[in-house]
Design a protein around this ligand. Structure first.
Ligand SMILES: Cc1ncc(CO)c(N)n1
Ligand SMILES: Cc1ncsc1CCO
Length: 216
């Protein structure tokens, strides 16, 4: 079993909950209320801005210029995706820009920023992997079972698309190499970080579905 196969197996129950979540079920059938999608897309733009920083920081800690380049390209793409969201959805929908990060978004972005800066490179990269892999799996799932026409087609096409698939394949190869070369204790911390980010992916979808706000 490759290291990433081990990671997938470990967090499979979390992934199954994500796929079954009403947010993704309703995204698939196109019945997700537009107000919920608006909430999500704005939170996701806040997420992507910090995710890009975390990718760049993790990249500076890579052992090779090839991996540095890969992470800087991921960071650049995350910024470009965020800008594309701004240009398409934000003009289509009226978005309340005055709202701040909901608790779910806050928890996830701050975890990624902290992991990228303060964990070892291997653990940082493991923490960043679910952002790629879970979105790829959700994108493919929604794409394969979607009801057409679907108001969220652009979103579905972006994550089920070939360009995103290339990035996912690239980070999976990096994590496999790091996992194979790591000690048992580093591998355990990588697995823990991967599981934590997977849980935070669930929390992010659920936060958007509930249009979560701060209770105090
Ligand atoms: C919360 C979240 N995770 C992952 C991705 C994919 O990068 C995204 N856009 N948003
Ligand atoms: C993971 C991810 N999500 C949006 S952009 C990006 C990097 C892909 O290059």
């Amino acid at each position: 079993m490759t290291f990433t196969e081990h990671l997938w197996k470990t967090a499979l129950p979390v992934y199954e909950k994500i796929q079954a979540h009403p947010f993704n079920q309703e995204l698939k059938t196109g019945t997700l209320p537009v107000e919920t999608f608006k909430f999500y897309i704005y939170q996701d733009s806040l997420y992507l801005a910090d995710f890009a920083r975390a990718l760049a920081v993790a990249g500076t800690r890579a052992g090779t210029s090839e991996e540095l380049l890969a992470f800087l390209q991921f960071a650049q793409n995350a910024i470009l995706v965020e800008r594309a969201l701004h240009e398409s959805y934000f003009s289509e929908y009226k978005i309340d820009f005055s709202s701040c990060k909901a608790p779910g978004c806050f928890a996830y972005t701050n975890y990624l920023l902290a992991a990228s800066a303060y964990e070892s490179y291997e653990v940082a990269v493991a923490a960043l992997l679910p952002c790629f892999w879970i979105y790829k799996k959700v994108g493919d799932f929604v794409y394969a079972h979607q009801t057409a026409p679907n108001p969220y087609q652009n979103w579905i096409d972006a994550y089920a698309g070939e360009e995103f698939a290339v990035a996912v394949t690239k980070i999976l190869a990096i994590v496999d190499r790091l996992g194979e070369q790591a000690s048992e204790s580093v591998r355990n911390r990588m697995t823990e970080a991967y599981l934590t980010s997977s849980r935070l992916e669930y929390i992010f979808w659920d936060s958007a579905y509930r249009r979560e706000s701060w209770p105090v």
